[in-house]
Design a protein around this ligand. Structure first.
Ligand SMILES: NCCC[C@H](NC(=O)CCN)C(=O)O
Length: 434
């Protein structure tokens, strides 16, 4: 009974610490929200977050493998037992034109608040083993995949468990974030006067339209859980010039890597056949890593649900509440490296991510109560793992089983791009410091 009372006291300490910092945390997320920055260009957010942690006696490494990534660390007193390493991730990239329409300013705030709360609890009571808390600033989730750059740089190597949380229309401990492959399709034809001698031209717009329509007819044979969506970024310059260049961008998604690979081959056939039919050349390329699906972890999810319920969170079940089909996130790749938890949290608005209305909601004061409540639930979950060694073993078992369920097609290098196997002509990642 004493142990339970003690744990309850520590969890209260987490909440008290976060409440004490609520003002500063709100200013932090507001300052990020007010200066929306795109993937790999989050210079202001990087500066705000590194200053935030430096001023609170964390060991901070700015420009950590990426110009706009950082690492902030704190370690408790050494004990005879092996150190337990907990990670909290901060995202802070915005979307073009509509700013923080996915609430990454709040993701950063949740990560920072949870880390402060956990440290506060551990400073007030000696944990049974040494604990290292790492806050990782992970840029470029919406475009590129900064977490994957950091995986390749070894940033997750000795972590035992990692947490983050994402704003949504309700609270869910887990949503099936799916695997995604981004591809840019370029068609090269031959210009000619469209009226005087069109027969001399090779029409790149015809190729683009055919490609789009090929995908449209493919849909009848696609699984209901597959997604393919795209835009025509360049369709030509003048009606009287046969377009000699067109460009499209597509996202392909599937619940697992294996299915994504299958879907990719079908969609690439749509792109390539449009080139054949029109006589154009085609180039398929990507500037983003493939994101893997988020592996669920039953044990972490159930501890989080328990802590969230204690704080009054009304979780929605997968089949009733918020959309059972989520988007994608590079946190999925992280869950292949280390057991992780990526819940979704209500911010006081039923509007949808990636809309101007959601941008307004993520910058509102009303979002603060829900944001800090989520941070408290995450930190309390980490506390349970620290003070109950059996949980860590169960978490690891869940993780091993989840990974075994997903047999990545052989020959695919982890975190390499699937393009290497499916005829993509080039693969380049922007703005890394290496
Ligand atoms: N090119 C990757 C797009 C990722 C994007 N992620 C989300 O919306 C999740 C929340 N940021 C997506 O379209 O799923």
């Amino acid at each position: 009974m004493a142990e339970m009372a003690l744990l309850k006291q520590r969890k209260q300490r987490v909440c008290d610490m976060i409440d004490q910092e609520s003002e500063k945390l709100y200013v932090l997320s507001q300052d990020i929200w007010k200066t929306p920055e795109l993937a790999y260009k989050e210079h202001t957010a990087h500066q705000l977050l590194t200053s935030f942690f430096s001023s609170r006696a964390w060991e901070v490494q700015a420009h950590y493998h990426l110009d706009t990534a950082f690492r902030a660390q704190w370690t408790s007193e050494a004990t005879d037992s092996p150190c337990l390493h907990v990670g909290f991730l901060c995202e802070y990239d915005a979307l073009p034109d509509i700013g923080h329409a996915c609430g990454h300013n709040l993701i950063a705030e949740v990560g920072a608040a949870a880390a402060l709360g956990l440290r506060g609890a551990l400073e007030s009571v000696q944990p049974p083993r040494q604990v290292k808390i790492t806050v990782l600033g992970t840029p470029a989730e919406e475009d590129g995949g900064g977490k994957i750059d950091l995986i390749k740089a070894g940033a997750f190597e000795d972590m035992d468990v990692v947490f983050m949380a994402h704003p949504a229309q309700g609270d869910a401990a887990y949503l099936p974030d799916v695997a995604i492959h981004d591809v840019t399709v370029k068609y090269y034809g031959k210009a000619s006067h469209a009226s005087a001698y069109p027969w001399e031209g090779v029409n790149a717009l015809d190729a683009a339209i055919l490609a789009y329509n090929n995908v449209s007819v493919l849909r009848q044979q696609m699984k209901s859980t597959w997604r393919v969506h795209g835009i025509i970024k360049n369709g030509g310059v003048k009606p009287n010039i046969i377009p000699d260049y067109t460009e499209l961008e597509f996202y392909l998604r599937a619940p697992s890597l294996k299915e994504l690979y299958n879907l990719q081959a079908k969609v690439y056939a749509c792109f390539n056949s449009a080139a054949t039919a029109t006589g154009c050349k085609v180039e398929l390329s990507t500037s983003s890593y493939d994101f893997y699906e988020v592996l669920p972890n039953k044990t972490l999810g159930s501890i989080y649900l328990e802590n969230g319920n204690q704080l009054g969170i009304q979780f929605v079940s997968l089949d009733k509440g918020i959309n059972t089909m989520a988007g994608s996130t590079d946190f999925g790749n992280v869950t292949y490296e280390v057991p992780g938890l990526h819940p979704y949290f209500y911010i006081g608005s039923k509007t949808f991510n990636h809309t101007a209305e959601f941008t307004e909601a993520t910058g509102s004061e009303e979002a603060q109560y829900y944001t800090l409540r989520t941070a408290k639930s995450l930190a309390m979950t980490a506390l349970d793992v620290i003070f109950n060694p059996d949980l860590l073993e169960r978490i690891r078992q869940d993780w091993k089983m989840a990974k075994e369920m997903e047999d990545i097609p052989s020959g695919i290098d982890k975190h390499r791009d699937l393009n290497c196997r499916a005829g993509c002509s080039s693969f380049h990642i922007k703005n890394t410091t290496e």
